[in-house]
Design a protein around this ligand. Structure first.
Ligand code: SME
Length: 161
């Protein structure tokens, strides 16, 4: 049984240090991608405050398709270049949106979302999907949050690279 940690979110760097350690412990030697993404989504959901959606979209036949997640049911397919997720794939870079209403083309899967952070996931240099985080708070994600989630993405990528 995995006991969910209670992490202090007030020190952002220490919070993501601890969360990275928890993710490594949770994944262990497991290589199954869907299992690892599912457990990562659950860990993030239960430890990171201020989220209303946390999960993954995976590239399939040239578009993003909904993968493991926590939160309300979401849009299943997103074209590359569309929305925040498709923009992260098209640009190959993280996209941090302080106010989703000010992001042209934002796809509103959950009307409660106010800010969003999307990070590309890679396998041997190629984008295979994204980690998508939504919050009901404006400007929920700082640069330090982005750096913290980038660490989590690197840990996940190491399970298949
Ligand atoms: N808002 C995203 C769509 C996915 S949901 O947030 C789960 C976007 O604009 O790509």
């Amino acid at each position: 049984m995995f006991t969910l940690p209670v992490l202090d979110p007030t020190d952002t760097a220490a919070f993501y240090d601890a969360l990275a350690g928890q993710l490594e412990a949770l994944l262990g030697d497991e290589r199954d991608r869907i299992a690892n993404l599912a457990n990562a989504a659950a860990l993030i959901w239960h430890t990171v405050p201020g989220l209303n959606w946390a999960g993954f979209y995976l590239m399939k036949d040239g578009e993003l398709v909904l993968g493991p997640f926590q939160g309300k049911p979401a849009c299943v397919r997103i074209a590359v270049g569309k929305g925040v997720c498709g923009t992260a794939v098209a640009t190959g870079a993280p996209v941090r949106v302080e106010d989703v209403d000010a992001f042209p083309g934002h796809i509103a899967c959950d009307a409660d979302s106010r800010s969003e952070l999307v990070l590309p996931l890679r396998e041997r240099g190629h984008i295979i999907g994204v980690l998508d985080l939504d919050s009901p708070e404006h400007g929920r994600f700082s640069g330090a949050d982005q750096a913290g989630f980038e660490r989590l993405v690197r840990i996940l990528e190491a399970t298949w690279d």
